[in-house]
Design a protein. Structure first.
Length: 313
């Protein structure tokens, strides 16, 4: 799938029908489109394939007639991912008069105030990096909200699935940290190559802002990751404690049921007993003994629990 855009009055707009457009976006290109990119634009085949590799690190390469930038971006999340936030790659190939964008899924680009004032194709490339950083920040906010929701569910539930979901989010944050750090190296390399790229002072200021935003994004991801990792043991202990409380309650109920059962069992034995079984009030005597034994047991247990509570205090 191919989408074409153009720079009109410093804004990125869709190119009209039949117009080539200075910005060409290839979304999950097929083999014929890849061959066309290699033959017509002289893109390196290895670099082209690296664009669609989610494990590829961010990098900057200078070719004879263009500059290749590959950086990491957050992949769009769906319910099928089951709390796993994935990372994908995005490739920019900057020519003198054209910008080629390669990505493996269709996402909404060139919208919002980030692309409100684009002076050149290099400016568009830098703003795409800024847009990716903003996308990372939005995903981190979503991860934080999901984490808070799962924490509440763990505190009131004994199921393992919520804890496993937290493990998945922690894994996602590790991937995000690696991706953001990889983008940081790319941004630093672009800054060091400012003269070679022909950057204007405005481009330099924008790049400084991008560097600051990426640093803040990385620190925020580190904070979320550290908090989530340090609290996993505590959340596992909460689940274990909930199970212990439940087992303690069940044991009390079980013992409370066994006490009157013991009384009834004694009077059910085929041996001579002190009381006459044929007495008309014998049934009520046994029931009274059962009730009395149950009340005595729970009174004893409550007194014992109060003593332990005061001893801890």
């Amino acid at each position: 799938m191919i989408k074409r855009y153009d720079l009109i009055d410093t804004k990125v707009c869709e190119a009209g029908e039949g117009k080539p457009g200075r910005i060409v976006v290839y979304i999950n290109p097929d083999e014929a489109e890849k061959k066309s990119l290699i033959d017509d634009y002289k893109l390196d085949e290895h670099t082209l394939n690296s664009t669609f590799d989610p494990d590829e690190i961010s990098r900057l390469e200078f070719e004879p007639d263009h500059v290749a930038m590959i950086f990491k971006r957050p992949k769009n999340y769906s319910s099928k991912d089951h709390f796993m936030f994935k990372v994908a790659s995005l490739g920019l190939y900057l020519f003198q008069d054209r910008l080629i964008v390669l990505l493996n899924d269709d996402i909404q680009m060139f919208s919002g105030k980030t692309f409100a004032r684009c002076a050149s194709l290099l400016d568009v490339s830098l703003r795409l990096i800024a847009w990716v950083i903003f996308h990372f920040m939005e995903h981190l906010k979503v991860i934080n909200m999901i984490t808070d929701s799962l924490e509440h569910k763990i505190n009131t539930s004994m199921e393992n699935k919520h804890l496993l979901n937290l493990f998945t989010l922690e894994k996602s944050l590790v991937y995000y940290l690696a991706a953001i750090n990889s983008n940081m190296m790319l941004i630093n390399k672009i800054k060091n190559s400012a003269a070679k790229l022909g950057m204007t002072p405005e481009n330099g200021e924008l790049l400084d802002d991008i560097l600051i935003e990426n640093t803040q994004c990385m620190r925020q991801a580190e904070i979320y990751s550290n908090i989530l990792a340090s609290m996993m043991d505590a959340r596992a202990s909460i689940i274990s404690n909930n199970i212990n409380v439940l087992m303690k309650t069940l044991n009390i109920i079980t013992i409370g049921i066994m006490v009157p059962t013991l009384v009834v069992s004694i009077f059910s034995m085929n041996v001579l007993l002190p009381l006459n079984k044929d007495h008309p009030a014998m049934f009520w005597v046994i029931i009274s003994l059962c009730i009395a034994s149950t009340v005595a047991f729970f009174a004893f247990w409550k007194r014992r629990s109060d003593r332990q509570f005061h001893a801890r205090g």
